[in-house]
Design a protein around this ligand. Structure first.
Ligand code: F3S
Length: 424
């Protein structure tokens, strides 16, 4: 692999052991994947933030790297943590866990990382440009950045993303190369796909077949997405744009969960879909004519229809999703816990607009910084959850020990109000 003089010095330890460690990780990956050189990155999203996943060993690893002078040199944001850093007590989280989680955040902050604690950095100001090289961890954010924004990132892991942030570059292989961004799976969708949950069910079904390949979708009825509207989200998007954003966010997240899809194209919607020969000759064909198997697979096999938790906001909610929950609640009080997880930045904006007060008057909670996959939910005593998120439904049984009902946002809000899942 070709390294510049500066990079050779960084690898030799000229800038200290923190940078040297980062370069060792990046060049090792580059060698494994056959990269010819490194490429500067414009932003990094770091995952592996929850103390639930890191434990004391992970915390010690981060502390040591920070002490070695590991400092990020490009804008770097953080994935969700294990608790809401401000409301943990009223949500029922353990004080010792919250203390450890704060130590993790402090270690990241010593490295110069913004404690954004969200899986939707693109909703809070980190919006990569088309063609820009980035190094993001968090499978749903990777999928969104690659597919909807046209940025270029591989599926980074926690340490490799952190290494890229400290080195300011990553190895140039895989999805950083134009020739590796062509679709190998042509998906014809012949059934209606309307609601957010429909997109999650579709993503689940396609991810299972695609695994780590790149799908190209035909037959999805969505307006093209204009990335500039992301800048406007805090001021409210036009309805069509919000629908495209929320639909693609849920589609990509589900595909990245049931498969390992890091990039997909949607004909006429995503920015690379019109490129010549974007579908490889010899691509496998897949037809999706019914979403029912997706809904069934994302629902656990549990005859009990009682619901004690409804989770909306996986990936973290946009303001338009929050607004829809308020509209659907129609000022009714919830019987089951209803958590909408969201970034802290958007929660603050929702407070300013009065949306949080409106939701919480119904007994719901607007929870920042965390989510129900990375939080220690088992300890909170919840057992049966409803969600309109394909990714959330996919992971929660194993990661959080919850029985899951998967359905539309409308069905989930009704389940929160009645405490019961009504058959679809
Ligand atoms: Fe985000 Fe957690 Fe879902 S990190 S994508 S809300 S599982």
């Amino acid at each position: 692999m070709r390294l510049t003089i500066e990079e050779q010095g960084m690898l030799a330890g000229d800038l200290g052991p923190g940078v040297q460690k980062a370069m060792e990780i990046i060049t090792a990956l580059g060698k494994i994947y056959g990269a010819e050189d490194l490429v500067p990155v414009a932003s990094v999203q770091v995952a592996g933030v929850s103390y639930k996943n890191l434990g004391d060993a992970g915390l010690a690893f981060l502390d040591e790297w920070a002490a070695q002078g590991g400092k990020v040199r490009v804008p770097t944001t953080l994935n969700p943590a294990g608790v809401d850093l401000e409301q943990w007590q009223s949500l029922g989280f353990d004080a010792e866990f919250a203390r450890k989680q704060n130590e993790v955040i402090a270690a990241f902050m010593r490295m110069g990382i913004a404690p954004t604690c969200t899986c939707t950095p693109y909703l809070v100001g980190t919006v990569p440009h088309f063609g820009e090289h980035i190094a993001w961890a968090e499978s749903s954010a990777i999928s969104f950045a690659n597919s909807v924004l046209g940025a270029r990132t591989n599926r980074e892991g926690g340490p490799s993303a952190l290494a890229a942030a400290i080195a300011g570059r990553t190895a140039r292989y895989g999805l950083h190369l134009e020739k590796k961004r062509r679709a190998q799976l042509l998906v014809e969708v012949t059934c209606p796909v309307r609601s957010a949950a429909d997109f999650g069910a579709l993503g689940y079904l396609v991810g299972r077949v695609a695994r780590n390949r790149i799908p190209f979708f035909r037959g999805l009825d969505l307006p093209p997405f204009d990335a500039q509207s992301l800048e406007a989200d805090r001021e409210g998007m036009v309805v069509d744009q919000a629908r495209t954003l929320d639909s693609l966010k849920l589609l990509g997240a589900a595909m990245a969960a049931s498969g390992a899809v890091a990039l997909y194209h949607v004909e006429g919607v995503t920015p690379e879909s019109h490129l010549p020969a974007i579908v490889m000759s010899g691509a496998e064909n897949l037809t999706i004519d019914d979403l029912t198997p997706g809904y069934q697979s994302l629902t656990t096999d549990d005859a009990d229809d009682r619901i004690d938790l409804v989770w909306i906001g996986c990936p973290h909610a946009s303001l338009s999703e929050l607004g829809r929950v308020i509209d659907l609640l129609r000022e009714r009080r919830v019987q089951a816990a209803l958590w909408v997880t969201i970034s802290r930045v958007l929660r603050q904006e929702a407070v300013r607009r009065g949306l949080v007060a409106e939701l919480e008057a119904c007994g719901a909670r607007v929870v920042a910084d965390t989510c129900l996959v990375v939080a220690p939910v088992r300890e909170l005593g919840f057992q049966r959850m409803a969600t309109p998120s394909g990714k959330g439904a996919y992971y929660c049984p194993a990661h959080s020990g919850l029985q899951v009902k998967y359905g539309s946002l409308e069905a989930c809000v009704e389940a929160a109000v009645s405490g019961c899942w009504l058959q679809q």
